[in-house]
Design a protein around this ligand. Structure first.
Ligand SMILES: Cc1cc2nc3c(=O)[nH]c(=O)nc-3n(C[C@H](O)[C@H](O)[C@H](O)COP(=O)(O)O)c2cc1C
Length: 209
């Protein structure tokens, strides 16, 4: 059995949520929505929230003999990444859309772990012309293979609102309709994180199941 390093938390413990900034280029926009959702999520007493920046985990394009579902990874940054991912009960992916797809650096980071993602929820915040809706739909499929539970509701910063925030410097918090969306998404994330944390505590994760 391959352990995911997080056996679930006792009923009173706070749920740990990792917010993953999914692009790494110098001029990226992703820091702003990540900070916005971190501020919102941190106001919930039952959550402990941390931003994970893929710039801090510069992994090569996948270069191991197999997924770490079956063979431990050799690359030291990958090992550090897997250890970090294992700490959390759920994740919020803050993502762009590159050519209607998932940014490659994010897909690579997803591929570099397996048991660490298993039996945990994934929520998504996208930005772009259609709020990265197409990339997020692809991510939901990837999440299923990683044995994650993707939330129904996502947050999409899109169209003129994205341009106003990206080029015009408009504060995301001023896009008030996003608040309800984000609250719904956080409610769903908390429900799944809590349910799956209890389930992991009862029965440890096996990479095979
Ligand atoms: C390589 C590349 C491809 C892009 N493709 C899309 C796209 O398919 N859909 C979209 O809405 N925006 C697209 N854009 C514009 C991005 O939405 C915008 O540049 C955004 O800021 C990128 O995210 P980042 O700042 O986190 O890198 C693309 C940008 C780049 C650099």
């Amino acid at each position: 059995m391959v352990s995911n390093g997080n056996p679930g938390r006792s009923a009173m413990a706070k749920l740990k949520i990792g917010i993953i900034i999914s692009t790494t280029r110098a001029a990226r926009f992703g820091d702003r929505p990540a900070k916005w959702i971190k501020d919102m999520a941190s106001r919930r007493e039952n959550l402990e929230v941390e931003i994970l920046d893929l710039r801090d985990y510069p992994m090569p394009f996948f270069d191991e003999v197999a997924s770490n579902a079956s063979v431990p990874s050799q690359n030291e940054v990958a090992q550090r990444w897997q250890k970090k991912v294992a700490e959390f009960d759920g994740y919020i992916f803050v993502t762009a859309e590159y050519n209607r797809g998932v940014p490659a650096v994010l897909k690579n980071a997803l591929d570099y772990a397996y048991p660490e993602w298993n039996k945990k929820p994934a929520a998504f915040i996208g930005y772009g012309s259609v709020g990265a809706a197409r990339a997020i739909e692809q991510l939901r499929l990837v999440a299923v293979e990683l044995q994650m539970a993707p939330t129904r509701t996502g947050v999409h910063i899109q169209g003129a609102d994205f341009l106003a925030a990206w080029k015009g410097g408009k504060e995301i918090a001023k896009l008030t309709y996003l608040q309800q969306n984000a609250n719904d998404m956080l409610d769903q994330l908390v429900w799944w994180a809590s349910a799956l944390s209890a389930a992991r505590e009862r029965s440890p994760v096996s990479a095979i199941l």
